[in-house]
Design a protein around this ligand. Sequence first.
Ligand code: GRF
Length: 215
Amino acid sequence: MLPLVTTNRHRLAVLVSGSGTNLQAIIDAARDPAYGAEVAVVVSDRPEAGALDRADAAGIPTVVVPWPGREHRQAFTKDIVAAVEAHAAETVVLAGFMRILGAEAIERFPHGILNIHPSLLPAFSGTMHAADDAIAHGVKLSGVTVHYVDTGVDTGPIIYQEAVPVLPDDTPVTLHQRIQRVEHRVYPDIIEVHAAGRLVVSDRTVVWIEPGSDS
Ligand code: GRF
């Protein structure tokens, strides 16, 4: 397996809580030296997260910051920001991170924290069971949203959306698998566009700038 190239590429901190299939997609993309970013550190709130094994296997440093409870969100956020800064990461990528960061993190990384959510926001926001909820509601289209993180939950400016059909015989598992195939394809590409400085945010609108454009 090729080692990760540690050059002057844009440095990412990837925050995880679970199995880390999106982290894996980013790691795999970054194996290409031409990819415009690299994973500098993986931070988890759960020591048992499978994503940490993926980081270990790729030789990426890991930090565990256990969730201390809502009343300590500020201290938790401070520790996360410290881990990100200790690894000189410029952008924070949430990839299945199940905690809400305090406002201090958003202030420290303005339009510098990305999240991926398995629905077409603002539908089914603020839930960890978006696929279940989509099926329960009977929607015909679900999808993927990548957005910047603001102080709300799944409310930040939308960078990209892609629809995923809900099929008549779908279960929450089969729908989420179809959604994740899209996630794994689009998230690394969008992170690279962000890293290249090609996303400009104006209020809630994110404008994609063409490569090489002066504007
Ligand atoms: C993804 O479906 C993502 O949209 C949501 O959490 C899930 C994480 O999956 N925020 P994984 O840990 O990347 O496999």
